[in-house]
Write a protein that binds this ligand. Sequence first.
Ligand SMILES: [Zn+2]
Length: 230
Amino acid sequence: MIVWHAGEAMEIGVERSARAKRVRLKIDRMNRRAVLVLPARASEKTGLSFAQSKADWIAAQLNALPAPKVFCDGMGFSFLGEDVVIHHSPNARRGVWQSDGVIWVSGQSEYLPRRVADFLKASFCSYAQSKVLEIAAALQVKPTKVGVRDTVSRWGSCNRAGHISLSWRLGFAPLYVADYVIAHEVSHLKQMNHSPAFWKTVADVYPEFAAAERWLKKNAAYLYSFTTAL
Ligand SMILES: [Zn+2]
């Protein structure tokens, strides 16, 4: 769907939702675009005129997002609580490896962003797997699978089969924030809801959860600003 703003076309996504009660807009920070959420019975035409009336708001939201950061040689950031810098080493024999705060990347520069992202996903995954086991042991629950994904709307999820899924972007957050989301999802193996009993379980394994929640709300756009291509 196209919305016009100051003479320029803005592409926006459209999502049908059985649960939505009214037409609304949300910002997809990962793909840097607005998404129109339509309740089952709303027409596209109604949606379009609503979106068009909010064109200024959409443009302001998108402009306020931090500039996208494509992984490149010399780029530094914090990952899993450690300051790291990317160093391109085209002729190295190994693929991608990390040592003393440097992420070394071999091969052609056009592949560097993707290889860095894959490396970070894998290192977040192995961190998350061991952290899940640690918290699961404390809570005496049995997760069956831990996976890492690039989710737009949620930092983590957990289902009744014991599958825990986490966003690898949590690696860019301070470690206590990533640990909180992991503790939150593991706690769902005790309580599959957000009842007071659930929050008590979270507080037992992770007392600083409110500060972590606040950090995530404030800095979500930063976590989504890392990308492999413009
Ligand atoms: Zn939850």
